[in-house]
Design a protein around this ligand. Structure first.
Ligand code: 15L
Length: 266
């Protein structure tokens, strides 16, 4: 059990899920976001702060022995927005960890958009070269590279989880391959904190989908066995979601619509 688990981006969609599901993992949960965290529940601490405030982050990180880093920009945006949240912000986080006395293990919410431009008929493993599908995907590649450097130079351990589509249930054809159930995500996080030695790993965050594209055999030592399979929702999707044009990016590329976006301007 962790003493103090920090969740960044705790007010976002996944943050709210983790706030509930990760309670059994730590004696205390420290939740941070810029706003919107409500009242602290039992065993919770709320500390408001921003990833661009290095001094505040140092205080937020100190005393924690685990971090689930969900904070930052979670979709495509202008370079200015991505740079502030996902480039400068994650450097600030790793510097805070390096300077902390507790040197927490980090779970970095990376994304399938690091490899989004691979075609949907190609299976990948965790050593396949990256093919990001936008500024957002590039920023997640940066985060993974930063984690690698902080491990090699300073021994700080990270699991970069390339989250597919973490929703209550799969919502479209692509998600039959990319879906990560909330339950499987929580169990993956528990395994990452449980193993005695983690090192620095890349892991695909997807449930045991029959139509899945990603091979996690290089991290089988984690002992993570996803329970859910998007296939159980296929009939429902076939009844309710129009089938996309096979030449549309959403049907062609693993990153789906992110591959269709031109360079993003705000
Ligand atoms: C992501 O990285 C996004 O944060 C999320 O909003 C979804 O778009 C997801 O990828 C996805 O590819 O389904």
């Amino acid at each position: 059990m962790l003493e103090k688990l920090l969740i960044t981006g705790a007010s976002g969609g996944l943050g709210q899920i983790c706030r509930q599901s990760l309670k059994p993992l730590a004696r205390t949960m420290r939740l941070t976001a810029r706003s919107g965290l409500g009242e602290a529940g039992e065993g919770e601490e709320i500390v408001y702060g921003s990833l661009d405030d290095a001094a505040a982050l140092a205080e937020i990180v100190e005393g924690c022995d685990g971090i689930v880093h969900l904070g930052g920009q979670a979709t495509e945006a202008s370079w200015e927005t991505i740079r502030a949240a996902n480039i400068d912000g994650i450097v600030n986080l790793y510097e805070a960890v390096r300077l902390s006395t507790t040197k927490p293990r980090i779970i970095f919410a990376s994304s399938n958009h690091t490899i989004g431009f691979y075609p949907q008929n190609q299976r990948l493993d965790t050593r396949s070269p990256v093919r990001p599908d936008g500024y957002y995907g590039v920023s997640k590649v940066f985060g993974e590279a930063l984690a690698s450097m902080y491990y090699d130079k300073f021994g700080i351990e990270t699991a970069s989880v390339r989250i597919g589509s973490c929703t209550a249930e799969p919502e479209n054809y692509r998600m039959l391959s990319t879906w990560l159930s909330h339950r499987d995500f929580a169990q993956l996080i528990a395994r990452i904190f449980a193993v005695p030695v983690l090192g620095c790993q890349v892991i695909y965050g997807a449930s045991a989908n029959s139509a899945g594209w990603w091979d996690n055999s290089a991290v089988s030592f984690l002992g993570w066995q996803p329970q859910d399979n998007a296939e159980a929702y296929r009939a429902k999707i076939e009844q309710s979601v129009p089938r996309p044009d096979p030449d549309a990016p959403v049907a062609k590329y693993q990153g789906g619509v992110f591959c269709a976006d031109p360079i993003f301007k705000e």
